[in-house]
Design a protein. Structure first.
Length: 280
């Protein structure tokens, strides 16, 4: 049996296949930065503090200074995802807002509103290592082609569950990912480890090209320092530089120490901002 020739049929078929092609086959989104905001929701922070922490991120993406930082890049757009984390148990890490490309102020405001509406999930334990591993895997989960990749860790305690935090950090750094930090040090009388958390983040958590950290010492700083940190990460400000400590060197802080053993550590002096490898 002979079939009639229909040249238009092949064109229509190709067009139809392109229309239904899966998302992973489309060209990746080129962005200046892929940024994972990994935020601690462990029960060591009370609900009011966690609400204020969330508001710090929401207000940051509503801020004109963040919009300007995004536009300052070569491409003028970034990709952001917001993750909540706690201990090492399953389902404690949660993607609140998936990868979202931000190019215009409208995009950033929409991201902020979506984040503001999402509930906060709390969990027991503090596993920074699991948070880093979970965040690292997210870079392969979206059709992105970033110039830089950054994991932004916000937390109020040392790693006390899961693998060693230094192993997770080094794994990310070897893959070209920078880890920045926002240690939360609210000087609560029942948590003396807060006074040394900046040193712990400096020596054990942050690392990679231009890694830095900004401590939060007062509740009001959730709004100001979160915005400052995000602007620095997006714009990669000159002067914000530091390198990871070489493997095998002994850091100034015991990176294997859990939160429960931080009772007898001498408080560190105030340091508004520190880079990986910088002395207190």
């Amino acid at each position: 049996m002979r079939y009639p020739k229909a040249p238009w049929l092949l064109s229509a078929l190709v067009a139809g296949l392109l229309t239904v092609a899966p998302a992973w086959q489309r060209a990746p989104d080129e962005v200046d930065l892929a940024l994972v905001l990994a935020v601690d929701v462990s029960t060591s922070m009370d609900p009011d503090e966690q609400d204020l922490q969330r508001r710090g991120y929401v207000e940051a993406f509503r801020s004109p200074s963040v919009h300007q930082a995004i536009h300052s890049g070569i491409l003028g757009r970034i990709a952001v995802t917001y993750v909540e984390w706690a201990g090492a148990h399953p389902h404690v890490q949660n993607v609140v807002v998936p990868w979202t490309v931000l190019e215009s102020a409208k995009d950033s405001l929409s991201f902020a509103e979506r984040l503001a509406r999402a509930p906060i999930r709390r969990g027991a334990g503090t596993s920074i290592s699991e948070a880093i591993d979970f965040s690292l895997a997210l870079f392969s989960s979206g059709p992105l082609l970033p110039t830089r990749r950054v994991i932004d860790i916000s937390g109020d305690g040392a790693n006390n569950q899961g693998d060693l935090v230094t192993e997770a950090r080094d794994k990310a750094v070897v893959r070209g990912v920078t880890i920045n930090g926002l240690p939360i040090m609210l000087r609560r009388p029942d948590r003396r480890e807060d006074t040394t958390l900046d040193a712990y983040y400096r020596d054990c958590v942050i690392g990679g090209s231009n890694a830095f950290m900004i401590p939060v010492r007062e509740p009001r700083q959730f709004l100001t320092e979160t915005r400052t940190k995000i602007v620095n990460e997006i714009a990669e400000m000159p002067g914000v530089a530091g390198l990871i400590r070489p493997a095998g060197n002994s850091p100034g802080t015991d990176c294997d120490t859990s939160e429960s053993l931080w009772d007898n550590v001498t408080p560190a002096p105030h340091a508004p901002k520190m880079h990986a490898g910088q002395e207190l």
